[in-house]
Design a protein around this ligand. Structure first.
Ligand code: ADP
Length: 227
């Protein structure tokens, strides 16, 4: 669960990036976050990861009260969140399998569990035939599937997808959102930041529009299913 109560963020430069935001995202929700460049979307993501702190207000993520969270507890918070980036951020020298397994290796998960879990998430994103391939041998859509599997492998409560379709072909963008929707249907909360209005119109659901540091729209819209 994500809860922002009367949250403001003022950068040291004097910019008010978020102004008295109130937002609640329940466990199991799927929400699109839209807004033009400079609206405050990245600032909100950074808040949820505790990369920055609120100047005012309270931030709660997955049961952690971020205002009070000790520095040494931050990794624990971040393990409850999976992140998918626009530019994939895969390690080029590692295979698909290794890119995903790496997440579990750094937290010292047992080898047997790693094998089982990585095989499971690779299957879930439909890349079982590409497990031994390197990122350079994959299409953009496939690379993003690897990134989604990597975000998912640690069984996070929340996945934040930051413009996940920004670097892939438009027709494959729909597949990426379908994949995120199917992950959401299994219980993971998903927050997807996007610029792509046609995707939002097609899928519908909860849409949070940030403009100039304020939430100017937060409601459920019917999808059109148009492409
Ligand atoms: P978005 O992700 O929607 O493009 P941001 O959250 O990056 O928007 O930015 C919101 C506002 O805060 C913008 O005016 C931006 O210039 C400013 N901003 C973002 N990061 C910083 C920073 N580290 N220091 C100062 N100002 C910043």
């Amino acid at each position: 669960m994500v809860e922002l109560k009367d949250v403001s963020v003022k950068y040291s430069t004097g910019v008010d990036a978020l102004n008295h935001i109130n937002l609640r995202i329940n466990d199991g929700d799927f929400a699109f976050v839209v807004g033009s460049s400079g609206a405050g979307k990245s600032t909100m993501i950074k808040l949820l990861l505790k990369e920055i702190d609120a100047t005012e207000g309270t931030v709660c993520v997955n049961g952690y009260h971020l205002n009070k969270l000790k520095r040494r507890k931050i990794p624990e918070l971040r393990r409850t969140i999976g992140i998918v980036f626009q530019d994939f951020r895969l390690i080029p020298t590692m295979t698909v399998y290794e890119n995903i397994a790496f997440v579990l290796r750094v937290i010292d998960a047992p080898t047997k569990y790693i094998k089982k879990r990585v095989a499971y998430v690779i299957g879930l994103v439909g890349l079982q035939d590409k497990a031994k391939h390197f990122p350079s041998e994959l299409s953009g859509g496939e690379m993003q599937r690897v990134a989604i599997a990597r975000a998912l492998v640690n069984d996070p409560k929340l996945i934040i997808a930051d413009e996940p379709t920004g670097n892939i072909d438009p027709e494959l963008s729909f597949e990426i959102v379908e994949l995120l929707k199917s992950i959401n249907a299994c219980g993971t909360t998903i927050l997807m930041v996007t610029h792509e209005h046609e995707l939002v119109r097609h899928f519908g659901g909860r849409i949070i529009n940030i403009d100039n540091g304020e939430i100017v729209f937060d409601d459920i819209m019917e999808g059109t299913d148009e492409i």
